[in-house]
Write a protein that binds this ligand. Structure first.
Ligand code: HEC
Ligand code: HEC
Length: 212
């Protein structure tokens, strides 16, 4: 009987290690993301401004410190066609599921993406108010209620960190949602959110968020 607790402990440890495995192995993910060429566009540091010249700056999203659940969902969406992008559809289909889990574990383990902290203070303050409070008069939900303070997440693992992301990438996503060209948010929530936004507001949100 004295040994029973040890056996139980061993059993629970094996459950834990299998859970740890499904969470992905970040060290293996580093090697796999290099082999699978993710670094060529998203960087080994996950800051995504690699590429073949000035024309590509800000085109490749930062993945550094991004929520793993969000990253995996995007890769599955690229694979199924729920999210449309020619390059990423090919990339996501070329990597098997266990490798994708390790790769996303690697990127999400990196120091979280950061902006430069600059920008026009008065302009940023104005759009920050809209970010924090929304606008009930036109049914605009506060971004902060889902994306957290300054876009740094922490509300739900399925909701991405957007503070510190590239401005060009942010602007493209918001514009595509409003045009119903990106359609993969749960309950089509991001389509509803962006529906109420003007071009100038999309630009201002992208500027504000990319600075954080
Ligand atoms: C040739 C360049 C290129 C390569 C190689 C590449 N990506 Fe991408 N990736 C992109 C681009 C461009 C986008 C943005 C697509 C868009 O604008 O919607 C993207 C988007 C993503 C996103 C969505 C990020 C977000 O914030 O929603 C993830 C996750 C991702 N890539 C992971 C990977 C992984 C993992 C690999 C390696 C298996 C990889 N990518 C290889 C160019 C690339
Ligand atoms: C009710 C919750 C909710 C609100 C409010 C909300 N979002 Fe989102 N947002 C989401 C979810 C969930 C996703 C991820 C969708 C997916 O799975 O593809 C997302 C995705 C995004 C992305 C894409 C990030 C990437 O890496 O591709 C951007 C940019 C974004 N939201 C900006 C905003 C802005 C700006 C506002 C306010 C004007 C806002 N969101 C309000 C839930 C919300």
């Amino acid at each position: 009987m004295r040994f029973l607790p040890v056996a139980l402990l061993a059993a629970s440890l094996s459950v834990l290690s299998s859970l740890a495995h499904t969470q992905g192995n970040a060290q293996a993910g580093f090697i796999k993301s290099d082999d699978e060429r993710c670094h060529e566009c998203h960087g080994a540091d996950g800051n995504g401004d690699m590429g073949d010249g000035v024309g590509n700056i800000g085109k490749f999203p930062k993945l550094a410190g991004q929520n793993i659940d969000y990253l995996l969902k995007q890769l599955r969406d690229f694979r199924s066609g729920a999210r449309d992008n020619d390059t990423m559809s090919i990339m996501a289909k070329s990597v098997n599921e266990p490798d994708l889990i390790d790769i996303t574990a690697y990127y999400s383990s990196l120091p979280t993406m950061q902006g430069d902290g600059g920008g026009d203070k008065a302009k940023l303050q104005k759009i920050r108010t809209l970010y924090v409070q929304g606008d009930p008069a036109r049914g605009l939900l506060p971004c902060q209620s889902c994306h957290g303070e300054a876009g740094k997440g922490g509300v739900d693992p399925g909701i991405p960190i957007i503070g510190g992301q590239h401005v060009r990438y942010l602007q493209k996503q918001l514009t595509e949602w409003r045009a119903a060209e990106r359609k993969n948010s749960p309950g089509d929530i991001m389509r509803q959110v962006t529906n109420a936004l003007s071009d100038a507001e999309i630009e201002a949100f992208s500027d504000y968020l990319s600075r954080q």
